[in-house]
Design a protein around this ligand. Structure first.
Ligand code: GTP
Ligand code: ZN
Length: 330
């Protein structure tokens, strides 16, 4: 049975006064709480007594992410205001020219789910890799649905090669089948995930929900019930949600994404995420070499002799061009 703490939400009509347990030491009216769901404009937060509050923020205090430790001021009927957001250990987010979207904060790791059907996007893989490097959160790749590739070792070999090249062999990568090999998947992942808070990312259809239901049975159904009860999910189909399993397993589910802008990175940030290109680039003849058509370009030479990855080079040039364009528009 899932130990979904969201099940502890109280019936509004019989609500008891909050226990002293969850009170904020500085002010008796304030409570410390953990953000467990984000609907964009409002959030669900769980206080230390296990009560779920629907919380709203004004101005900067609206910029709340799942995983944030916040201080809330109850305003009645299980509703509360965000009073403060505690300093984050880390934050994974994406951003385009118009807005940024926070995935989650205070993470121990990110799991990126990929599959061959629907086909995964190497570009999204590269962007996820870059965002996690920048946020300094360990990334693990789960390549799901390997059952589809049974009897097709060639395609599987190509995938392995592509993932290795893009990640420089630096990212733990597991080949799994959630539906066909559930026990194996579970015994592989439990030791990696227990006692940790993990954000699961992936394009639509990669198997995120299937995996969450395997590791925390009933999690998604319980979540829907809570959302309905609090009316929190009204008019929203996509939201980010934390699920609580046994042995301190915490999984954060985020809607499948098709875009992953990285406008929040500076050019130096970008170079740090591509340290292979940065280090080789230091050997170019010109200090400001763009690694395009300059003579004695160590990066171009590295691409030619196979020591650098063309896929990473292309992604780097694409992200750099985006940053330059974004800067010109401001
Ligand atoms: N063949 C195969 N199918 C799988 C596997 N894991 C999941 N699926 C199927 O893939 C489809 C999509 O799975 P979901 O778990 O809904 O994918 P998701 O990543 O949550 O997608 P969104 O909710 O759209 O973000 C479902 O029909 C699953 O049954 C697997 O290991 N092998
Ligand atoms: Zn160069």
């Amino acid at each position: 049975m899932a130990d979904s703490s969201l099940n502890k939400v109280r019936d509004t009509h019989r609500a008891k006064p909050a226990s002293h347990h969850g009170k904020n030491a500085h002010s008796p009216d304030l409570l410390n709480a953990l953000v467990v769901a984000s609907y964009g404009r409002h959030f669900l937060a769980r206080d230390e007594a296990g009560t779920i509050w629907q919380v709203y923020g004004k101005g900067k205090r609206r910029e709340v992410a799942v995983g944030d430790e916040i201080v809330i001021l109850p305003s009645g009927d299980k509703q509360a205001w965000v009073e403060d957001i505690q300093t984050r250990k880390n934050l994974v987010y994406r951003s385009d020219a118009l807005k940024s979207k926070m995935f989650a904060a205070n993470l121990d790791g990110v799991l990126l789910m990929l599959a061959v059907s629907p086909p995964y996007s190497p570009e999204l893989l590269g962007r996820t890799l870059t965002a996690c490097k920048h946020a300094d959160v360990p990334l693990t790749i789960l390549f799901n649905k390997v059952d589809i590739l049974e009897g097709d070792p060639e395609t599987l070999g190509d995938v392995e090669q592509e993932l290795f090249e893009m990640t420089l062999g630096d990212v733990p990568t597991h080949y799994i089948s959630v539906t066909e090999k559930p026990e194996e998947t579970e015994s592989l992942l439990r030791p990696l995930l227990e006692g940790k808070r993990t954000l699961i990312l992936g394009q639509s259809g990669m198997g995120k929900s299937t995996l969450i239901n395997l590791l925390i049975p009933g999690a998604l159904a319980a979540t829907n019930e809570i959302s309905m009860a609090l009316n929190a999910g009204k008019h929203t189909t996509t939201h980010t949600q934390m699920h609580f399993g046994e042995q301190g397993l915490e999984l954060i589910d985020s809607p499948g994404f098709q875009a992953f802008g990285l406008h929040h990175l500076s050019e130096a940030d970008l170079l740090n995420a591509f340290s292979d290109l940065r280090d080789e680039g230091n050997k170019c003849r010109f200090a400001n070499c763009q690694h395009k058509r300059e003579p004695d370009c160590a990066v171009k030479n590295g691409l030619e002799d196979g020591t650098l990855s063309p896929a990473r080079y292309e992604l780097y040039q694409m992200l750099k061009a985006e940053l330059e364009e974004a800067r010109q528009n401001y």
